[in-house]
Design a protein around this ligand. Structure first.
Ligand code: NAD
Ligand code: TYD
Length: 366
């Protein structure tokens, strides 16, 4: 089993990254080293999501948690961080992650997801090469976080396996596909020790409220329209965020270097079915009437190029590493609804400023 001392986590102030840091430092991961969280704090990043972690683990002469506001496109910053903190593992979450934004403005998706990943790979390669003299045998790992969206869109049947050819359809998924290829190229060309995971849609606490599940919950609380794209029958496979992070940690410690692993919920829902399920939970949790909430459902113009169905075959990680999903969907959704009900100040904070400005410019109905 691989062990790590100083893990650089990029994008650790975002949804999945902040949950990962929480899991590594306070969950049953067994990790005893230090985390360096490097995040540019774009509209999607909130240091506040880890305020308690910074308080408990960020002090003293040997802090186990260090936050650095920095952009992964800035090579000098990254070089300094690798040197100063003697990084021996990277978990690369940082990305522009919202498909709708990639349609409105793809440029930052290319610069962060493609060029940023390239810059990080290059700095890791040079730092580890200099420190160990060899890459293939170095006790280090670059773990890249990716998405099932790189595989394209499925019809009513079939599943994405690790061998499914890449067929990205949105600027977001195209930029993630490019970054996956670069990661694998660095392994094959330079011997950089890498692992890569492609996961389905995550949900849970701290997800930015422009994504389907938190957006619907918050709009219900505020009696705003629930915008369902197209006919509402697009299908996504949902996984609780901590199950994703447990899988990533397992791959990092026990997965085969140079391999990619699919991670999924085996939990497919049509968007409209999911909205109805959320309505039932929000009604129960708040005392609002489900019929009133259902009246808020508004079918809106479809997303251009909207992928019809994603579904993951995750038998490889199950068979090879013994991973399983642990949170069932009704429980995970209820927990998520309760989290948003009890974290009003986080919500108000992340929805102010730049996010509000973008919504007002691009959508008039929210
Ligand atoms: P997010 O948008 O919530 O967080 C992204 C984080 O990256 C933010 O904190 C942001 O400030 C930071 N960031 C953006 N550009 C940066 C830059 N140039 N330099 C440094 N930091 C930067 O995203 P998320 O949902 O947590 O997704 C994290 C990763 O997981 C992404 O790589 C995404 O492609 C992948 N992924 C997400 C899902 C999902 O359902 N959310 C599913 C599969 C894979
Ligand atoms: P999203 O959370 O943006 O994730 P992704 O597009 O990466 O899968 O959207 C999930 C699904 O929900 C997707 O099919 C688009 C749909 N959707 C809506 O119908 N309405 C909305 O307001 C949003 C944000 C998404």
């Amino acid at each position: 089993m691989r062990t790590f001392r100083n893990i650089l986590i990029t994008g650790g102030a975002g949804f999945i990254g902040s949950n990962m840091i929480r899991y590594l430092l306070t969950g049953d991961s067994g990790f005893t080293g230090r985390i360096i969280n490097v995040d540019a704090l774009t509209y999607a990043g909130n240091a506040e999501s880890l305020a308690d972690i910074a308080e408990h683990f960020g002090g003293g002469s040997t802090p186990r948690y260090v936050f650095i506001q920095a952009d992964i496109r800035n090579r000098q910053n990254l070089e300094r961080i690798f040197n100063e903190y003697q990084i021996d593992a990277v978990i690369h979450f940082a990305a522009e992650s919202h498909v709708d934004r990639s349609i409105v403005g793809p440029e930052s998706f290319v610069t962060t997801n493609v060029l940023g990943t390239y810059t990080l790979l290059e700095v890791a390669r040079q730092y580890w090469q200099d420190r160990f003299g060899t890459l293939a045998e170095a006790p280090v790992l670059f773990h890249h976080i990716s998405t099932d969206e790189v595989y394209g869109s499925l019809g009513a049947t079939g599943y994405f396996t690790e061998d499914t050819p890449y067929d990205p359809r949105s600027p977001y998924s195209a930029s993630k596909a490019a970054s996956d290829h670069l990661v694998m190229a660095y392994h094959h060309t330079y011997g950089l020790p890498v692992t890569l995971t492609n996961c389905s849609n995550n949900y849970g606490p701290y997800q930015f409220p422009e994504k389907l599940i938190p957006l619907m919950i918050l709009n219900m609380l505020e009696n705003k329209a629930l915008p369902v794209y197209g006919d509402g029958k697009n299908i996504r496979d949902w996984l609780y965020v901590e199950d994703h992070n447990r899988a990533v940690w397992l791959v990092m410690r026990e997965g085969r270097v140079g391999e990619k692993y699919n991670i999924g919920g085996e939990n497919e829902w049509e968007n409209i079915q999911l909205v109805h399920a959320l309505i039932d939970i929000v009604a129960e949790e708040t005392g609002k009437r489900a019929e009133d909430l259902r009246r808020l459902i508004t079918f809106v113009k479809d997303r251009p190029g909207h992928d019809r169905r994603y579904a993951i075959d995750c038998s490889k990680i199950k068979k090879e590493l013994g991973w399983r999903q642990s949170v069932n969907f009704p429980e995970g959704l209820r927990h998520t609804v309760r989290w948003y009900l009890t974290h009003q100040s986080w919500i108000q904070h992340v929805r102010s400023g730049e996010y509000r400005h973008w919504i007002e410019k691009n959508y008039s109905n929210r």
